[in-house]
Write a protein that binds this ligand. Structure first.
Ligand code: B12
Length: 438
């Protein structure tokens, strides 16, 4: 078989014939000299039939799972050993497999698995290579959600079940964040004149989804100002006014940061700017949504994208948030004012418990923050889910359930002592939990 090497086709014809993008084709030429078309006297590229077949050959290797650099290596190896790769592939079926290359699966699920495995092994080179391959094969949006976001979620589950260490989880999230940062800084200039502020309320350190949202909105042409983690409510209004924001998006993953989000949204509610919000905690406890003076952007980052467009068009009526009951308002005010006393009483009572001072402090803070947040968000039952989380964590670290029951009893006595009547909803909940924990 002889394939013509005479220059005959312009760039447009080649793009149409192969389906490759002009940028990718130019990058292959620049990096690998493959293919290297001739030029007209005016400097325009002219490709031969052989060039077109070369491009198709390289694309076929990519769809078999090879990275472009491995595909080029294979092309060069076959050429140096006197084999015409185009002839070999026409006669032998899948060249990557027959040349002894490991052909990894390239579905998004398989790529996510490979990425996770590389992260769990602290293998940065491999993890980056898998991502490069994923981005070469699939749209940016798909890779970000199906590989990175779902990968992060899975790492979180591994950590929770004690199948991954904090170090492995941190390593994976650092790589994922770094990639999003790079993509964001490389994204084109905004083409729309609306500005969206995206950030986390105070006490929220999970920045992956707000950063992802910032990236995806930027790729839709919006001017996104990304504020990152732990943004306090103070002076937020000033910032919104200074940048002429058309929309503020706040993201929370935990109960305590949902309460902080609630406070920030309240402080912005006097301005005529819509507030959008979302995150894991609103999926877990949808009843919280009604208490937030803002627009819930849906259950996933993808859903949020369309909601954002609707909000910017001004086609959504202002949300009337639900107020918490008077009983809860009283309980919250008393709890906040007596919290220090309650906590020092628990510490005194817990001296006999076989837990370290550090463990006890963490437990006290965790529970106190969650009680205050649940009261602010209208339902003490929200703390139960957080406790389930704590129980499973304790189990996976082999801590006895009786430890938690005793701690809850102590907490209940301390609430009784310092905020007797007004603390009723807290006490009722603590008593029920102490029974359940034994
Ligand atoms: C990475 C990570 C961290 C990193 C964050 C690094 C960073 N810069 O982001 C660090 C180490 C800082 C961290 C700290 C903590 N973390 Co953490 N973390 C995670 C992990 C693994 C991923 C977080 C993430 O990016 N989630 C976002 C995506 C990947 O999650 P997702 O739930 O699949 O997202 C879906 C929906 O929730 C929704 N969604 C999510 N965000 C948004 C946003 C919008 C606008 C919308 C519309 C929808 C939406 O859409 C997605 C579906 O498409 C999660 C595991 C998990 N499942 O989330 C734990 C997790 C969130 N962390 C958890 C905990 C407990 C903590 C700590 C308290 C741990 C500790 N003891 O210190 C601290 C708290 C920090 C704080 N105050 O904010 C728990 C929360 C449990 C709970 N009941 O609150 C989780 C769930 C782990 C677990 N399984 O137990 N964490």
């Amino acid at each position: 078989m002889s394939i013509s090497k005479s220059p005959a086709y312009n760039l447009k014809a080649v793009l149409k014939e192969t389906g490759i993008s002009a940028d990718t084709l130019r990058a292959w030429e620049r990096r690998y000299g493959l293919p290297l078309p001739q030029r007209t006297s005016g400097g325009h590229r002219l490709y031969s039939e052989h060039d077109i077949q070369t491009i198709k050959w390289l694309m076929a290797r990519q769809s078999e799972g090879l990275s472009i650099s491995r595909a080029v290596d294979m092309w060069n190896e076959q050429n140096t050993s006197g084999l015409d790769p185009l002839v070999a592939s026409a006669t032998k079926g899948t060249p990557a497999a027959s040349a002894g290359y490991r052909v990894p699966e390239t579905s998004l699920d398989a790529l996510r698995k490979q990425w996770l495995e590389a992260c769990l092994n602290f293998n940065e080179t491999e993890a980056e290579e898998v991502l490069n391959q994923a981005f070469a094969m699939y749209p940016v949006e798909k890779v970000c959600t199906d590989v990175l976001q779902r990968g992060m979620s899975e790492v979180g589950e591994y950590w929770y079940e004690n199948r991954a260490s904090v170090q492995q989880e941190h390593f994976a999230s650092a790589l994922a964040m770094r990639r999003l940062d790079t993509l964001l800084s490389a994204s084109p200039k905004p083409t729309r004149n609306q500005t969206v502020l995206v950030g986390c309320p105070s006490s929220e350190w999970h920045t992956f989804t707000p950063l992802l949202l910032a990236l995806l909105l930027r790729r839709r042409g919006l001017n996104v100002i990304y504020l990152g983690a732990n943004v306090p409510a103070e002076r937020f209004e000033e910032t919104v006014a200074a940048v002429h924001a058309g929309l503020v998006i706040l993201v929370a993953q935990t109960l305590t940061s949902a309460a902080a989000l609630h406070s920030t949204a309240q402080s912005l509610s006097g301005m005529n700017i819509p507030v959008g919000f979302g995150g894991r905690i609103f999926n877990l406890h949808p009843s919280i949504i009604d208490y937030v003076p803002g627009h819930h952007l849906g259950g996933s980052v993808e859903e949020a994208l369309d909601q954002v467009d609707a909000l910017l068009k001004g086609s959504r009526p202002k949300v009337q948030a639900r107020a918490i009951s008077e009983e809860y308002q009283r309980a919250l005010a008393s709890f906040n004012s007596q919290r220090l006393h309650i906590e020092s009483s628990i510490k005194e009572m817990a001296q006999l418990l076989p837990v370290s001072a550090e463990g006890l402090n963490t437990g006290i803070h965790f529970l106190g923050d969650n009680i205050a947040a649940a009261l602010q968000l209208g339902d003490m039952a929200h703390v139960s889910a957080e406790l389930d989380w704590l129980k499973t964590l304790m189990q996976s670290h082999r801590r006895p359930a009786s430890e938690l029951a005793e701690f809850m009893q102590n907490y209940s006595h301390a609430v009784d002592k310092h905020i007797n009547g007004a603390g009723a909803p807290i006490k009722a909940w603590l008593q029920a939990q102490a029974q359940l924990s034994v």
